[in-house]
Structure formats: structure tokens, C-alpha cells
Design a protein around this ligand. Structure first.
Ligand SMILES: Cc1cc2nc3c(=O)[nH]c(=O)nc-3n(C[C@H](O)[C@H](O)[C@H](O)COP(=O)(O)OP(=O)(O)OC[C@H]3O[C@@H](n4cnc5c(N)ncnc54)[C@H](O)[C@@H]3O)c2cc1C
Length: 458
């Protein structure tokens, strides 16, 4: 018989899902070892050094409704470093017409909170705005958990609800591409409904945007590591797990890295679907091959350093050209002069392999078209970060492929943004999945499940 003191958990993967699971298990009194193959925590959301700069692999934002990620920020003592704007305010620049619009909320309740801003939005006609309002109300009535929605694509639904190509480009895709990493025609209606309902149609402040004002690595690696240490978690970096097997004396599981074999009562696998498929012991899932059918989608970030300030706003988004979302990373990166802009380019299938010189030739003139001050500024550096497997592909049908935290094997649990959280591939989904797996594991260990730290209805 195993005593309470012998309860040991191994968490495999130190992305946000694994880190959250490790913290939650340790907070519940379980002895935890966290194994991460890379030399750092943070998984897909990390920073690296380039000359004197600290660069994020990709701009990350979250919303006020991301209650699990906000729990994580609090838990690693980092909330003040990644504040949420007081009220949603997104500048939208139309490159072709040279017009600036704003998507802003006021203090009124849903759906009136966006009404005046939509009424003034210059990028849509009156008829398009009226149709957007009607579609938003129809979207509000959808249930994102309905499996029938997962089989449909968002683009067809928008067309059926009277949305013009312009309304899709200037509004629905503006938000959808950044949050789903898919254009409406390629996106699951269930995931789109989740994003728009939770973000824009649930609570007035739900879509207020937050982002790290420090390098991501400060939150997801440095502070996370300190919090794990304080919670008593043994974190081992550069520890790539090669095998997870049931059995072993007095313990249910054996976990092998190149350097050691650990025994544990509980294992949480918090690695991407392909790695999960490789490590999963036989019999763990009814249809493990489903994991191999979960596709991926790329994001690239284009980093431009100017010798002077070319834009006043902390971020903006653009229409009618290739530029999507642009963030000022000057202070966060440690740059002491000029301005550093990061262009976050989702759905980057067409550009994931494009040479840097070609991207430079495409994007610098675009930035000059959008930002008059860029026309006379000198570009001091231009580089590109590419994440081929940035997110799981949010395509119709993906919901049926995503497993929950439980497996058929006692003591083995799954986490990762790609598991069945109801959310698209986000930091919120990752942390939720980690907390779900920890809760599942604690229940199986006969420990009380912790009170939910995130809004389960959201
Ligand atoms: C460029 C980019 C931009 C993004 N923008 C946003 C955004 O704005 N907002 C947002 O919410 N989300 C965004 N995302 C998505 C978000 O980063 C991810 O959904 C989230 O970080 C996934 O976390 P995870 O823990 O589920 O998985 P991962 O981050 O993939 O973590 C898995 C970890 O497991 C480790 N691992 C794998 N195999 C093994 C093994 N055998 N042994 C040990 N360790 C192993 C890996 O090294 C990795 O650290 C973005 C992603 C990218 C790449």
C-alpha cells in the first residue's frame, strides 16, 4: 500500500500546461518532478538573446476573460508585468484608404459595450454594420460545446448570416486570425463561437487585452522556475523523456530520461500531440491514432528595429495588406534607442519558408505605407522568427480529435493546449489543461480536488 507521503508525480513537459499542472499538484501536497527537454521552461512562448536584446519568439496577448492564464500570472508573481488595458481599445489602420478606426468598448453592458464603436467604425458600410450586429446576436445563441458546430466552418456560417467579404476581412478575421490562427473559411465554427462568445459577447470587459511588458521568458521561465522551487517541485531541464511505462516496484509508473528512471504514482504528459502519441503506452486511449490527425498551423514574427520612434501606440492592427498585428517591443526587449516593432503574422502557411530578404522587401514598404515616420527612419535590424507548429490547426472536426485529461490507464493524465479544453490553442487553453489534468490526478489519488481557480463557465 502506498502511503500519503509516497505520492509522487512526474510531469513531462515544461510549457505552460506542464508548469501549471506541476504547481497545482505541488500546491495540493504531492511531491512533483517536472521534466523538460529544453534548457528552459515556457514551451512555445519563450524569449532568447540576440546581441544585447531579449527577443520573444512570438508576440503573445491574452484577454481579461483568460482566468486560468491570469491565475498563472498571479501564481508566478508576474501579473503586474503583463497588465490588461483598462478598456478594450484596438487601433485598426486601413493601409489602402489611409484611415484609422478603433474597436473600443465603453462602460455599458453587453452587447451595448461595443455598439457606439461599431457605429463609428469607418471600415464597414452602414449595411455591413447592421449585418454584423445581427450575426453577433445569432453567434451568441450558439453552444460551442455542440459537436455539430465543430463539423462546420465559420466562413460558411458568416456568409449564411449575411456577412460580406469586407466584413469578414475588416472584423471577423481581424479577431479570428489572431485568436484561432485560421481564416474563417478554415476555422471550426465551434472554436470561433467560443472565441467570439467568450471574448466579445459574455462580459463587457472580457476582451480587454493584456500582454507582457517584459520578455515572455521572465514570466514563463524565470518566475515560473522560482515559483516551482518555492512550491518544492524538482524541475529538471534538458531532460528529454524517452519512455513512460506502467509498473515498477511499489509505484505505478516508470519515466525514463537518458539520465535517470523515475517512479511515480501519477504521470501528467504535457507535451504536443505527436510526442504524446510516441510516449503513450498501449491501451491508454481508445483511438490513439486520432492524435496523429491533429494538424498544426504556423505563425511568424517579423522584427524591425528603427533608429527612431515611428509609431506612438503600443500596438495596432492593419487591414488591406499583409501586415496583421504590430507591437512596440522597445522597452520590453531592453533596446535603449529608436524603436523595435514586432509584427505578429498568423496563418503564415505561405510565408513560413520565405527567405528573410523577400520578407524584408515585402514588409518594409508596407510599414512605410502604414507609418509615415517609417519613410525617413533607418532600419538598423530586420529578422524573422518562425514557429512551424505554433498552434494546433483549428479546422472543422478538430474537436472530435482532442482527448480530455483522463486516459484509460490509472494514474496517467494528459495536458496541453491541444487537449479538450473548448479553447483554441492559447496560453489560456494550456494553463486550463494543466489545471484540469492536476485536478483529475488528485481525484484519482483520492485527494480533494482543489477549488477551481478559473472561471469554468468561460
Ligand atoms: C509565435 C506564437 C504566437 C502565439 N501567440 C499567442 C497569443 O497571442 N496568445 C495565446 O494565448 N497563445 C499564443 N500562442 C499559443 C501558445 O503559445 C500555446 O498554445 C501554449 O504556449 C502551448 O503550451 P503547452 O504547454 O500546451 O505546449 P508547449 O508550449 O508545446 O509545451 C510542451 C513542452 O513539452 C516539452 N517536451 C516535448 N517533448 C518532450 C519530452 N519527450 N520530454 C520532455 N519535454 C518534452 C517541449 O520542449 C515543450 O517545452 C502562440 C504561439 C506561438 C508559437
Amino acid at each position: 500500500m502506498t502511503t500519503a507521503a509516497a505520492r509522487e508525480a512526474v510531469v513531462v513537459g515544461g510549457g505552460l500546461a506542464g508548469t501549471a499542472a506541476a504547481l497545482a499538484l505541488a500546491d495540493a501536497g504531492v511531491r512533483v518532478t517536472l521534466l523538460e527537454g529544453r534548457p528552459r521552461l515556457g514551451g512555445l512562448a519563450f524569449s532568447f538573446q540576440r546581441g544585447g536584446l531579449t527577443v520573444d519568439n512570438g508576440q503573445h496577448v491574452y484577454l481579461r476573460c483568460c482566468t486560468a492564464y491570469r491565475w498563472f500570472l498571479d501564481r508566478v508573481d508576474g501579473a503586474a508585468l503583463a497588465p490588461v488595458q483598462d478598456r478594450l481599445d484596438v487601433p485598426v489602420l486601413d493601409a489602402g484608404r489611409g484611415r484609422l478606426g478603433r474597436l473600443r468598448r465603453n462602460a455599458l453592458p453587453v452587447p451595448l459595450h461595443l455598439g457606439p464603436s461599431l457605429a463609428r467604425y469607418p471600415h464597414l458600410s452602414l449595411a455591413e454594420k447592421a449585418a454584423v450586429g445581427r450575426a453577433a446576436l445569432a453567434l451568441r445563441r450558439l453552444d460551442p460545446a455542440d459537436p455539430a458546430l465543430d463539423r462546420q466552418d465559420f466562413g460558411s456560417w458568416l456568409r449564411r448570416h449575411g456577412q460580406s467579404p469586407r466584413a469578414v476581412a475588416a472584423l471577423w478575421d481581424l479577431v479570428g486570425v489572431a485568436t484561432l490562427n485560421a481564416v474563417a473559411d478554415d476555422a471550426s465554427l465551434a472554436l470561433a463561437a467560443k472565441v467570439f462568445r467568450t471574448g466579445l459577447l459574455s462580459d463587457a470587459g472580457a476582451a480587454d487585452i493584456g500582454w507582457a511588458h517584459v520578455p515572455l521568458g521572465e514570466l514563463h521561465h524565470t518566475r515560473a522556475l522560482t515559483s516551482l522551487d518555492k512550491a518544492g517541485v524538482r524541475t529538471v531541464l534538458r531532460a528529454r523523456v524517452r519512455g513512460v511505462t506502467p509498473g515498477g516496484e511499489g509505484a505505478r509508473w516508470q519515466v525514463e530520461t537518458g539520465d535517470e528512471t523515475l517512479t511515480a504514482d501519477t504521470v501528467v504528459l504535457a507535451v504536443p500531440p505527436a510526442e504524446t502519441h510516441e510516449l503513450l503506452p498501449g491501451g491508454a486511449l481508445d483511438e490513439p491514432e486520432k492524435l496523429t490527425r491533429i494538424g498544426t498551423a504556423p505563425i511568424i514574427n517579423i522584427h524591425v528595429l528603427y533608429d527612431r520612434k515611428v509609431v506612438r501606440r503600443p500596438f495596432f492592427t492593419a487591414l488591406d495588406g499583409p501586415v496583421q498585428w504590430v507591437f512596440d517591443r522597445t522597452e520590453a526587449s531592453g533596446l535603449d534607442h529608436g524603436q523595435y516593432l514586432a509584427l505578429s503574422q498568423s496563418t503564415a502557411q505561405a510565408e513560413i519558408d520565405t527567405p528573410v530578404a523577400d520578407l524584408r522587401a515585402r514588409y518594409l514598404p508596407e510599414l512605410e505605407r502604414l507609418l509615415p515616420a517609417a519613410r525617413t527612419a533607418r532600419v538598423e535590424d530586420f529578422f524573422v522568427t518562425r514557429e512551424r507548429t505554433a498552434t494546433f490547426a483549428a479546422v472543422p472536426g478538430v474537436g472530435a480529435l482532442r482527448p480530455g485529461p483522463a486516459t484509460r490507464l490509472p494514474g496517467l493524465h494528459l495536458a496541453g493546449a491541444w487537449t479538450a479544453t473548448g479553447w483554441p490553442a492559447t496560453m489560456e487553453g494550456a494553463v486550463r489543461s494543466g489545471l484540469n489534468a492536476a485536478s483529475d490526478a488528485l481525484g484519482a489519488l483520492g485527494r480533494p480536488r482543489p477549488a477551481p481557480v478559473f472561471d469554468e463557465a468561460a
